[in-house]
Structure formats: structure tokens, C-alpha cells
Design a binder for this molecule. Structure first.
Ligand code: NAD
Length: 293
């Protein structure tokens, strides 16, 4: 117990003193934002907020059927949309799409994600690959393609939407959890390299708790009264605020970053016991969206 408390104070102390206030960026009509997975969920909510700030919005999404509705919504909020149908699990489609875009992209929001909620032994290898392709390799490839352009224009911001499952674990999330852990590892390593070469490109990692978009449909636990699902509108507002303030990392709610990291420090038998006790009884109800696009 003493060790945990000492560690808590040490982390709070470090976080406070090492936090460097970044210059605030202004999101307006001069800023072009490329967002993946903008057709639904928090992606769509972010599009609305960016439209209200008059940003130029470029969306890459597999759901072409939702593009007209998204365009209408964005225009109602005062913005303009360029939509590209793109299956982010296909690297050739990502490269082709980026090559089609003429204007400079200032902000990349790697938001699209999939979660196939199954036990590892029930999951096909194709599903595991798909999860990694969309949640991990697509953000990495988009970052690889856009960083040189951002550095040439002397401004750029890369936002990776991770999860608290980038830090801790749960049941039926083997592939999702591994892909989000990989995304955090990539993000942290990239951030240090960007600092090393004094790059004008900044990056923000977002780690939300479960959100009411349907991706984690049926997720329940014995501690839901303590940790209820977040509303997608609130998550989108906090992400846009984190971008404007160029935060290195932002978890939603903010104290979950510390909480999840402390949980990670617990000895495995205790951490596993907690997961099994709080989530185990609800495993059958946890179905998620589990839809093939
Ligand atoms: N919902 C949650 O509880 C939760 C919690 C933490 C983090 N997140 C993360 O937030 C992000 C958004 O989640 P959401 O809940 O809004 O999800 P969502 O399922 O509501 O929306 C995901 C979007 O990604 C798009 N997409 C999926 N596969 C694609 C593909 N192959 N190619 C192109 N587009 C594709 C979908 O069409 C959709 O527009 C994801 O990265 C997710 O992992 C979600």
C-alpha cells in the first residue's frame, strides 16, 4: 500500500513539473483536418465541432453510404467536407487516397477503429489482422505519408485516438487491446523522435474510457456505477480542446490516465482477479457492434 501511495505522489509530482504549457493553436478556416472514420461515432461529433470552427474537413471512411448525410450535417454546421471512400485495412487504398489530396493537411486525426469482441480462441486470424490493420497500421501509414509534407509546410499535428485499453486490459478484447497498446508504443516513440529533431510536427494521444457509440455494445461491469460510459459529444469536445492546447496526452476522464497506469503496476494475480470479478459475469452480453463493413 505504502509503495502504491508513494508511486502515486511521485507520478503526480513528475506530471506536474514536467508538463510544459504548449502554445495554443487556432482552429479556423485556414486549417485543414483529415479525420479517419468520420461517418459515425466520435468521428462524426468531431466533424461537427470542426465545422463550427469553419475548418476544411477531409474524411476517409469505408461507409460511403453515410457520406451524403455527413456532408449535409457538416454544411448545416457551417463547414465544408471532402469525402474519400477508403478501406483503411487496405494499404494500397490509403496510399492512393493520400496521393489524390492536393491541399496541405495541417491536422491528422487517426480515429477510425474496429473492435471484434470475441475470446481469442473464438476469433479468426483474419479478424485479428483486420483489427491491427485498421487500428494500428493505418495510423502508422498515414503518419508516415503525411509527416514529410507537414515538416515541409512547418506545421502539423498528429492525433491518435487510443483507449484506456492502450494501458490496461479486459475480457474479449485481445486483438483490440493489442492494437491499441501498439498504437501507444508507436505514438510515444514517435513523439520523442519528433522532439529530438525539433520537428514542427506535434502529436496528441487520446485515451478515452468506454463511449456510448455502440462499439462496445453490451459492455457491463460490477463497477459501472463508478465508471459509466461516456457520451460521444463530451469525448469529441475534449479531443478538440486537447488538439487546440497541443496536449501530449489526454485521457477521458483525465484522472483515468493515472488510474489505469496504477492498475498496470498491480501484481498480475491481483489485476487479473479484478478483471475476472468485475467483467467476468457479463461476458455473454458483451457483443459490440461486430459488424463487417
Ligand atoms: N466506443 C468506445 O467505447 C471507445 C473507447 C475508447 C476508444 N475508442 C476509439 O475511438 C475511435 C472511434 O470509436 P467510435 O466508438 O466512434 O467507433 P464507431 O464504430 O462509432 O466509428 C468508427 C468509424 O470508423 C470507420 N471504419 C471502421 N472500419 C473502417 C475501415 N476499414 N476503413 C475506413 N473506415 C473504417 C467506421 O465506418 C466508422 O465511421 C476508435 O479508434 C475507437 O477504438 C472507442
Amino acid at each position: 500500500m505504502i509503495i502504491i501511495y508513494t508511486l502515486t505522489f511521485f507520478i503526480i509530482f513528475l506530471t506536474y513539473f514536467l508538463r510544459k504549457k504548449q502554445k495554443k493553436i487556432k482552429l479556423d478556416s485556414n486549417v485543414t483536418v483529415l479525420i479517419t472514420g468520420g461517418c459515425m461515432g466520435i468521428g462524426k461529433q468531431m466533424c461537427k465541432l470542426l465545422a463550427m470552427k469553419n475548418c476544411q474537413i477531409i474524411v476517409l471512411d469505408i461507409r460511403k453510404d453515410l457520406a451524403d448525410d455527413l456532408k449535409k450535417t457538416i454544411e448545416e454546421y457551417g463547414g465544408r467536407l471532402q469525402f474519400y471512400e477508403c478501406d483503411l485495412s487496405q494499404q494500397d487504398q490509403i496510399i492512393k487516397t493520400i496521393n489524390q489530396i492536393q491541399e496541405p493537411i495541417h491536422i491528422l486525426i487517426n480515429n477510425a477503429g474496429v473492435a471484434k469482441l470475441q475470446l481469442f480462441t473464438e476469433q479468426s486470424f483474419e479478424n485479428l489482422q483486420l483489427t491491427h490493420a485498421v487500428n494500428y497500421f493505418a495510423p502508422v501509414l498515414l503518419t508516415k505519408l503525411l509527416i514529410p509534407k507537414m515538416e515541409a509546410q512547418k506545421f502539423g499535428h498528429i492525433v491518435n485516438i487510443g483507449s484506456v485499453l492502450s494501458i490496461i486490459t479486459g475480457l474479449k478484447v485481445v486483438a483490440y487491446c493489442a492494437s491499441k497498446h501498439a498504437l501507444l508504443g508507436f505514438h510515444n516513440s514517435l513523439r520523442v523522435e519528433l522532439k529530438l529533431k525539433k520537428s514542427p510536427v506535434k502529436c496528441t494521444f487520446i485515451a478515452p474510457w468506454a463511449i456510448n457509440t455502440g462499439m462496445f455494445q453490451g459492455v457491463k461491469s460490477k463497477i459501472d456505477f463508478l465508471l459509466p460510459q461516456l457520451k460521444e459529444e463530451r469525448v469529441a469536445i475534449e479531443i478538440i480542446d486537447a488538439i487546440e492546447n497541443q496536449k501530449d496526452v489526454h485521457s477521458i476522464p483525465s484522472f483515468y490516465w493515472l488510474l489505469s497506469n496504477l492498475v498496470r503496476f498491480l501484481p498480475h494475480p491481483i489485476a487479473d482477479f479484478i478483471v475476472l470479478k468485475v467483467q467476468g459475469p457479463f461476458i455473454k452480453e458483451m457483443i459490440g457492434r461486430n459488424q463487417n463493413y
